[in-house]
Design a protein around this ligand. Structure first.
Ligand SMILES: Nc1ncnc2c1ncn2[C@@H]1O[C@H](COP(=O)(O)OP(=O)(O)OP(=O)(O)O)[C@@H](O)[C@H]1O
Ligand SMILES: Cc1ncc(CO)c(N)n1
Length: 274
């Protein structure tokens, strides 16, 4: 593997290691993809919540993006926390120059309930970044925010996915049902077909970083050239294992286990794809 698949995450940090950049890099590594990261904001947070946030100066964001793309291959990338419009503008301009799959995790609030994006930046995200994304991965409340409608049923989830593609202009939408009752069901709509991904609900409070881990896994598989429906299917298996084997660390919502997949032999075929 002298020419590995290369994936980049553009996101905020989590020093407690469960979410953000740290979750993304652990996931890339686990899926044998060369991982790179550009930091938007340094976040003092742990399993109990966000303590404070420091946004990097805008020219540091530009310089990090330039340092990566002037030197390294990027086969797919994701964005997570992008707190304000200034950062979004820089990232938008960079994306327009790079023609590889873009996975947007529209991070708005942490598992703990703390806001990670400025109120006025939500419209910019929807209008200027969503249309550039190959895939957008909202949870229920993020999808509600994007389409401006309440989501109460599986039918509502599917309609939101359709709207994110046909009205907002994303290439595809994955509406995640982790916060619904019953089984954990996600819907992927790619403009043509609706795909359903279902797993059992695991009774645990240790779900810090599930969304980051899921979108990072999808990015990793896309960087290896996999088609989107299969990339989501394998990533669903990956994140479910990460939740099933999650850790009771910290005093709040513990982190997922990024090597949980290794405990479930059936999916060792992950590693056959490069
Ligand atoms: N308790 C659970 N059991 C099984 N699967 C779950 C559970 N909670 C979430 N999931 C799954 O985990 C994935 C992430 O979904 P979720 O809706 O939790 O994302 P999120 O809210 O963006 O995550 P985060 O809390 O990191 O922001 C989805 O596939 C979802 O179905
Ligand atoms: C930096 C960051 N991104 C995303 C999340 C969502 O879990 C978080 N808690 N922190």
């Amino acid at each position: 593997m002298n020419n590995p698949a290369c994936a980049l995450t553009i996101a905020g940090t989590d020093p407690s290691g469960g979410a953000g950049i740290q979750a993304d890099l652990k996931t890339f590594q686990e899926l044998q993809v060369y991982g790179m990261s550009v930091i938007t904001s340094v976040v003092a947070q742990n399993t109990t919540g966000v303590k404070s946030v420091h946004h990097l100066p805008l020219d540091m964001l530009s310089q990090q993006l330039e340092a990566v793309s002037s030197d390294m291959p990027v086969h797919a990338f994701k964005t997570g926390m992008i707190a304000d419009i200034g950062m979004m503008e820089i990232i938008r301009d960079w994306i327009k120059e790079i023609h590889v799959p873009y996975v947007m995790d529209p991070v708005m609030i942490a598992t703990s309930g703390d806001a990670l994006i400025n109120e006025n930046a939500r419209d910019f995200l929807r209008e200027h970044l969503v249309p550039l994304a190959a895939l957008v991965t909202p949870n229920i409340s993020e999808a509600e925010d994007m389409v401006g409608e309440r989501i109460r049923s599986h039918e509502d989830m599917k309609n939101a996915a359709r709207k994110i593609v046909h009205t907002l202009g994303a290439g595809a939408a994955l509406v995640k049902g982790g916060h619904m009752e019953g089984q954990a069901v996600d819907y992927l709509y790619d403009g043509e077909f609706m795909y359903t991904y279902t797993s059992e609900r695991i009774e645990t409070k240790n779900i810090h970083g599930t969304g980051c881990t899921y979108s990072a896994a999808i990015t990793a598989f896309l960087s290896r050239g996999m088609e989107l429906p299969e990339a989501v299917e394998k990533s669903k298996t990956f994140v479910t294992a990460a939740i099933r084997h999650s850790f009771s660390l910290g005093q709040g919502n513990g982190p997922t286990n990024h090597w949980g997949i290794r405990k479930e032999e059936s999916i060792y075929d992950f590693h056959d794809h490069s």
